[in-house]
Ligand binder design. Structure first.
Ligand code: NAI
Length: 260
């Protein structure tokens, strides 16, 4: 699975899953743009990749800001000459029962997950559609693109929405050699999840150990967390897949939590 000569833009790549995808793509030969709202952390990741002999660029990008997305995407193409892979991965989590969920938090969740996916896709397609250059767009969904959990109304709604966007892009993009997919991980120990453990324990009135064992891993086949490496290898497989046979799909990487 090689990405030699390819250029990838990964949002939210300064941390967690996105960072691991950037490291794996760079090792596979891609030039990678680490796009994140946290520019100093993005540059640190880019420096790490460059120190290991790879090609990388840290890019300041708030995925909810159309100008920032367009300017950041243009900067990547100016630096590396083209754009072949977009991984729309930036995300946050806010947990609360619907009855207490503030409208402001709801809108923030949709803005980052859904508007961010739309804006980054639209920006990337300017380059992928040009001369039918083509490319692969990967959305970071979740098992919550298929399942629901209490306290996660905004997240579940947003992650379901990504399936729709990916399917429309598969149909519209085919004529321009653009493929799209959603990766749907189970729980992965990143800062996003570590923050939720005490929050869910508090909301559900159970211990943190019970949150991990019953809420996060209770439906897996083996009680094991998915890892950033598991997700990154899936992202590599999808980006490197050699034909257009795979498009418009969701790939669930979750230790069997959800089976299709
Ligand atoms: P993380 O918290 O480790 O990393 C998220 C990154 O997104 C951070 O670097 C943050 O600065 C960046 N970010 C936040 N808001 C942004 C914005 N407006 N614009 C640009 N960048 C922004 O989180 P993690 O766990 O790596 O999550 C990445 C994606 O994976 C998210 O979409 C999340 O929903 C999804 N996911 C995570 C799972 C998990 O268990 N950790 C499971 C399933 C999906």
């Amino acid at each position: 699975m090689q990405l030699t000569g390819k250029v990838a833009l990964i949002t939210g790549a300064a941390s967690g899953i996105g960072k691991e995808i950037a490291l794996v793509y760079a090792r596979a030969g891609a030039a990678v743009a680490i796009a994140d709202i946290n520019l100093s952390a993005a540059q640190k990741t880019a420096d790490e990749i460059k120190a290991a002999g790879g090609k990388a660029l840290g890019v300041a990008m708030d995925v909810t800001d159309e100008d920032a997305v367009n300017n950041g995407t243009r900067a990547v193409v100016e630096a590396f000459g083209q754009l072949d892979i977009l991984v729309s991965n930036a995300g946050i989590q806010i947990v609360n029962p619907i009855v207490d969920y503030s409208y402001a938090d709801w809108k923030k969740m949709q803005a980052i997950h859904v508007d961010g996916a739309f804006l980054t896709t639209k920006a990337a397609l300017q380059y992928m559609y040009k001369d039918d250059h083509g490319g692969t767009v990967i959305y970071m969904g979740s098992v919550h693109s298929h399942e629901a959990s209490p306290l996660k109304s905004a997240y579940v709604a947003a992650k379901h929405a990504l399936l729709g966007l990916a399917r429309v892009l598969a149909k519209e993009g085919a004529a321009h050699n653009v493929r799209s997919h959603v990766i749907c991980p189970g729980f992965v120990r990143t800062p996003l999840v570590d923050k939720q453990i005490p929050e869910q324990a508090h909301e559900l009135g159970i211990s943190e150990q019970e949150v991990i064992k019953n809420v996060m891993l209770g439906h897996t086949v083996d009680g094991i967390f998915t890892t950033v490496e598991d997700v990154a290898q899936t992202a590599l497989f999808l980006a490197a897949f050699p034909s257009s046979a795979l498009t418009g799909q969701s790939f669930i990487v979750s230790h069997g939590w959800h089976m299709q």
